[in-house]
Design a protein around this ligand. Structure first.
Ligand code: DQA
Length: 143
């Protein structure tokens, strides 16, 4: 089983960025966690991070016919991007949305998720562990 993990803008700044909200673990720590999870779950994990909306859309389109599941944290584009929603709908690959912080407990503008409308599950407020849970869910359901 192959799972694509997609991270949107500013997630490459984890550890530096608002540690009171996102924690002190770095993006490199997240990549290590993904490697460990791939090994423990016995799945192949490819990761992609971009600060650019169109690149995220391109990567979702690329995934069609190549991956069995998508884990996506679209970051700020969660709350604005119909293009990412449409790309997820277009490829129709089982997808799980992850947010490191509990977006529901934050500003009102973070409480709408366009991407989430094309995802079968949302995991939020679990820190980096949310990515492990999302991969485990896809493995359990589709692996
Ligand atoms: C985030 C929450 C978003 O509202 C924010 O714009 C992010 C990160 C999260 O993982 O908690 O960049 O997606």
């Amino acid at each position: 089983m192959k799972i694509l993990v997609i991270n949107g803008p500013n997630l490459n700044m984890l550890g530096v960025r608002e540690p009171g909200i996102y924690g002190s673990r770095s993006f490199a720590d997240l990549l290590r966690l993904l490697d460990e999870t791939a090994r423990s779950e016995g799945v192949e994990v490819e990761q992609f991070q971009s600060n650019h909306e169109g690149d995220l859309v391109d990567k979702i389109q690329w995934a069609w016919g190549k991956v069995d599941g998508i884990v996506i944290n679209p970051a700020a584009y969660t709350h604005t991007s119909v293009a990412i929603l449409d790309a997820l709908k277009a490829v129709s690959i089982p997808a799980v949305e992850v947010h490191i912080s509990d977006v529901d407990a934050r500003e009102p503008f973070r409480q709408i998720s366009y991407a989430g409308m094309a995802c079968e599950k949302t995991i939020k407020g679990r820190g980096l562990e949310g990515y492990r849970e999302a991969i485990a869910y896809l493995k359990e359901r589709y692996g």
